[in-house]
Design a protein around this ligand. Structure first.
Ligand SMILES: NC(=O)c1ccc[n+]([C@@H]2O[C@H](COP(=O)([O-])OP(=O)(O)OC[C@H]3O[C@@H](n4cnc5c(N)ncnc54)[C@H](OP(=O)(O)O)[C@@H]3O)[C@@H](O)[C@H]2O)c1
Length: 336
């Protein structure tokens, strides 16, 4: 079987395609014929050596993938051959709060999905909703769960409230879709005004271009009366404006602390001392969060937004395309 492995000292050249024996499952494992995978910002950070968790040398990259179970170990009870599945990001984190013993991640410290076949402990996988294609099913593990938790875990949203999302990456578009499912109104900030129509078609009630209106926070606050929840994926470029846009008791879920150049967010004291905004953080989510999100995706027949699909032998091009930043939704790699 063909698989990619991260070998060497980092950078695009460390993505190496290998020919390996097809894996056999141990008693509690399942073997998945991977039909599609997708990229997240963390995958480019892992490749570039800037991710906070050190990847295992020779690991199979990518947390996100979808495929069918083709073999099961003799103790497996959760799955049968033929089931359509995806993996859970922090594979060992089933429920509750994360702790230091649960930080192993698919595609970083554990072999991930960028291979013809993937082997997962049966506890690390979940069933996919029937209405999703392989490409769509491969987009949910990281960006989907992060957006789901950003929108639902603060526990504050009610229909009619305002949510702000930033950009058109995977997390932002899932957050837009989940906020609309919750009956909320959504403002999207984009650096590319030409994306406004597509963002409105996805349900954005207001779209603001950060290129045309650099100080967009005041405008957003004026239009909405103040944002109730910000899904902050912009980091240093957007944090101050997100604070300005927020209502007095707003909530900012801060997902990004640094930009690609290593600049950190700054807390503008003059702004924050006039605000009672709660700032919270999260790390993707547990398997229980993934299952809850998939129930909502299934119930509403929600379709993830896919920007572009690359063939398996062109995974390096998929990384490069994703890294340049101008995407609308998820970048997917076809199965081998
Ligand atoms: N804490 C966690 O658990 C967690 C989990 C997942 C992701 N994250 C973080 O969340 C962020 C989003 O990840 P992602 O994979 O969804 O998306 P991404 O690929 O990093 O986001 C791409 C989008 O960001 C927008 N963008 C680019 N430069 C920008 C700028 N200077 N100002 C404002 N927007 C800009 C662009 O949208 P426009 O063209 O529309 O401007 C682009 O489509 C990443 O920083 C990632 O590390 C955190």
């Amino acid at each position: 079987m063909r698989s990619y492995r991260l070998e060497g000292s980092g950078g695009a050249d460390s993505l190496a395609m290998r020919d390996e024996a097809r894996p056999e499952p141990k008693p509690h494992e399942i073997v998945i014929r991977v039909r599609a995978t997708s990229l997240n910002r963390r995958d480019t950070m892992i490749l570039g050596g800037t991710y906070p968790l050190t990847p295992r040398q020779g690991v199979v990259p990518l947390s996100d993938g979808a495929g069918e179970v083709v073999a099961i170990g003799d103790q497996v009870t959760r799955f049968a051959v033929g089931d359509r599945v995806t993996g859970s990001y922090f594979a060992r984190w089933i429920d509750g709060r994360i702790n230091a013993g649960l930080i192993d991640q698919l595609g970083c410290t554990l072999d991930g999905m960028l291979a013809e076949y993937a082997v997962l402990d049966e506890q690390w996988a979940v069933r996919l909703p029937d209405h999703l294609s392989w490409h769509e099913g491969a987009t949910l593990t990281c960006a989907g769960v992060t957006a789901w938790n950003a929108v639902t875990s603060p526990g504050i949203l009610k229909p009619g409230q305002w949510v702000l999302v930033i950009g058109s990456g995977g997390v932002a578009l899932f957050a837009l879709q989940f906020a609309k499912l919750a009956g909320c109104r959504v403002v999207t900030v984009t650096s590319r005004a030409e994306k406004a129509d597509r963002l409105r078609a996805l349900g954005a009630d207001l779209v603001v271009s950060s290129t045309d209106t650099a100080e967009w926070g005041g405008w957003v606050r004026e239009q909405t009366g103040g944002i109730d929840l910000v899904v902050e994926t912009g980091g240093p470029a957007t944090f101050a404006q997100s604070l300005i846009a927020s209502t007095l008791y707003g909530h900012i879920v801060l997902l990004t602390l640094q930009d690609a150049k290593g600049r950190s967010i700054e807390m503008p004291a003059a702004l924050y001392q006039r605000s009672l905004v709660t700032i919270s953080r999260l790390f993707v989510g547990s398997r229980t969060n993934l299952e809850a999100m998939l129930r909502a995706v299934s119930q509403h027949r929600l379709k993830p937004v896919i920007d572009k699909v690359f063939p398996f032998p062109e995974a390096g091009d998929a990384y490069r395309y994703f890294q340049q930043g101008d995407v609308f939704g998820k970048v997917v790699i076809d199965g081998a």
